[in-house]
Design a protein around this ligand. Structure first.
Ligand code: 5RP
Length: 270
């Protein structure tokens, strides 16, 4: 691996081999997602606990202070919306030159395996990998499921993850699922887990993050289950303890409740 590529990977993956990426890219197809209406305000308190931020160039320029940030994974695919015909019909929205100008540590792109746009999205990934490798910029492939959340099983996610790695992604972002070890075993590059829509409560999130880490994920790229929570800092601290301190789900939940209770006590005393 060339020095530039190795250096960028080291900015993302911490010395313990693990990572906590904070995605705030959802607006690129969802618009002003709940609790991400003002992305700079959402991100601010979470930044100290994030190893990198997954974001589009528009939000990066308008809402993130270049003097106070973390390594950037630039979302470079898009062109579709929640109300359009087909979420899978994405193209590359941002050039590699722009990624360099923005000093991105990596670029991220979605792939849509099994859809009408499978071929286009996989060729987009391949093209991006060609360009990224030329300039030493790693590509994170996002195994997107669009609105079909039921697709999140080990067979499908294993297929998507392996294809992404075969085409040259340096990191694959996929979902946790039952039998997650099969997804990791079949994917020769590091795997990070997304969360998907917000769960009803915190413990199941902490349990799947813990289970996924035990089964070989190197970390998370988990957004809504952090910043849509009423206590996002408590949630990110709990997840960070699992990712970087090998905490159990129960220990992480205790961290969540104690940070939340401290904050509630403080706001009552004011
Ligand atoms: C959305 C994405 C997100 O980065 C990814 O889904 C992680 O966020 P969440 O945990 O909210 O699902 O690719 O476009």
């Amino acid at each position: 691996m060339d020095w530039g590529m190795a250096n960028r990977m080291a900015q993302l993956i911490q010395p313990d081999g693990h990572c906590l990426f904070m995605p705030i890219d959802h607006g690129y197809f969802q618009g002003p997602t709940r609790k991400l209406e003002e992305p700079g305000n959402t991100l601010g308190p979470l930044l100290p606990y994030s190893d990198a931020v997954f974001v589009t160039r528009g939000v990066l320029r308008s809402a993130i202070d270049p003097a106070k940030t973390k390594p950037i994974i630039l979302r470079v695919s898009g062109g579709t919306s929640m109300v359009g015909k087909d979420l899978a019909n994405e193209g590359i929205t941002t050039s590699i030159e722009e990624a360099l100008r923005l000093n991105a540590s990596a670029v991220g792109i979605s792939i849509f395996v099994g859809t009408d746009y499978e071929r286009e999205s996989l060729l987009n990934l391949s093209k991006l990998v060609d360009e990224g490798e030329r300039y030493g910029i790693p590509v994170m492939a996002v195994t997107a499921v669009g609105k079909e959340l039921e697709k999140r099983d080990a067979r499908y996610l294993g297929l998507c993850s392996r294809i992404a790695a075969e085409l040259g992604a340096r990191v694959v972002k996929t979902y946790w699922c039952e039998g997650f070890e099969k997804v990791v075993r079949g994917c020769p590059v590091p795997v990070v887990m997304a969360g998907g829509p917000q769960f009803d409560s915190e413990l199941p999130v902490l349990e799947f993050v813990h289970d996924g880490m035990q089964k070989g994920a190197i970390g998370v790229n988990l957004g809504r289950n952090v910043w849509q929570n009423d206590h996002p800092v408590a949630m990110i601290k709990a997840i960070r303890a699992i990712v970087h301190e090998n905490a159990s789900a129960k220990e992480a939940y205790d961290i969540f409740t104690s940070v939340r209770n401290e904050k509630l006590a403080l706001s009552r005393s004011r």
